[in-house]
Design a protein around this ligand. Structure first.
Ligand code: MLT
Ligand code: MN
Ligand code: ZN
Length: 298
């Protein structure tokens, strides 16, 4: 199985268009310690020719342009991307669907809760129903997006998208936020770009994975407030933070995964500064800090 991390940042990217927080300022001034990062997306393949894109970020066009494996290279109209799977309905995970218009056959897989959001929003009709087949997936039921690849969606603690708050009341573990358990050729990748808490069901899913991609939004729960760029805690946003006794680094310490990679990293998170104490602490705990173009061949 092949994996390419197309985008390693949370909503907004690094730097975010209107932000001058500590890390965005470093990025704007091209400080070599802070890589620019696009918004959250991952591509997986069994043969390097056909790819499943996990989450369609607003930066998808740039991500395709930056990734030779994903550019068209046959006939008049072509894409190596054969399907898209969504892990939630957040803007940073669905807005890129609009980039995939222009009559390209695709399959779109998501939980009923997430697909329902797409169906309810008429702008997504630009993806012609006759060509882009919507497939509502039941949690726990494996599906086959590519020959030789099996994907199972499982609920993780989370919440409805920001833009649905006050409209929908659902949240928790109803399928509005899911993780993906991806198997091919005897290898397993687990991708959980958004997660509010590590419970026993999440832990059980990770066991034995070759690669884990995990929600790395924040270092500290109150980081947005401390930087003066927001009033919400991580938990309020549906994201567990990395640090502390209740953080993801501690919660996942004993789980048996070969490689663990933080993704969906917010521009306030000090792990984004290469060599920072937080970056070094995460690496000492066995974590890789995901970056755009990170690749693995399993
Ligand atoms: C999140 O991950 O919490 C969302 O992407 C936030 C947002 O939609 O801006
Ligand atoms: Mn997000
Ligand atoms: Zn910022």
């Amino acid at each position: 199985m092949e994996a390419i991390l197309l985008g390693s940042a949370a909503g907004g990217g690094v730097p975010q268009w209107n932000c001058r927080c500590t890390i965005c300022r470093l990025a704007w001034t091209r400080d070599p310690r802070v890589r620019w990062r696009t918004q959250s997306s991952l591509a997986v393949s069994t043969d390097g020719a056909r790819w499943v894109v996990i989450n369609a970020s607003p930066d998808l066009r740039q991500q395709i342009a930056d990734t030779p494996e994903l550019t068209p290279h046959e006939g008049l109209r072509h894409s190596p991307i054969t399907s898209v799977v969504l892990s939630n309905g957040d803007v940073d995970h669905v807005a890129g669907l609009l980039t995939l218009r222009e009559r390209q056959p695709l399959a779109l897989y998501a939980s009923e809760a997430v697909l329902g959001l797409i169906e309810a929003n008429p702008i997504f009709r630009v993806l012609d129903q006759a060509l882009v087949t919507r497939r509502a997936v039941r949690l726990g039921d494996p599906f086959v997006p590519l020959d030789g690849m099996t994907v199972t969606l499982f609920a993780v603690p989370g919440k409805v998208p920001l833009w649905q708050e006050g409209v929908a009341t659902a949240g928790g573990t109803d399928g509005s936020t899911v993780g993906l358990d991806i198997s091919a050729g005897g290898r397993r990748i687990v991708s959980i770009p958004g997660c509010a808490a590590v419970d026993s069901a999440v832990l059980a899913r990770l066991e034995g994975a070759d690669v884990l991609f995990f929600d790395g939004t924040l270092w500290h729960d109150d980081e947005l407030m401390a930087e003066g760029v927001g009033v919400k805690t991580g938990l309020r946003m549906g994201h567990i933070s990395m640090a502390g006794e209740r953080g993801s680094i501690a919660a996942l310490r004993d789980v048996a995964v070969a490689r663990r990679v933080f993704v969906h990293i917010n521009n306030t998170n000090p792990v984004l500064i290469d060599g920072s104490p937080e970056h070094r602490e995460a690496e000492r705990a066995g974590w890789e800090i995901g970056y755009d173009g990170w690749r693995a061949s399993l």
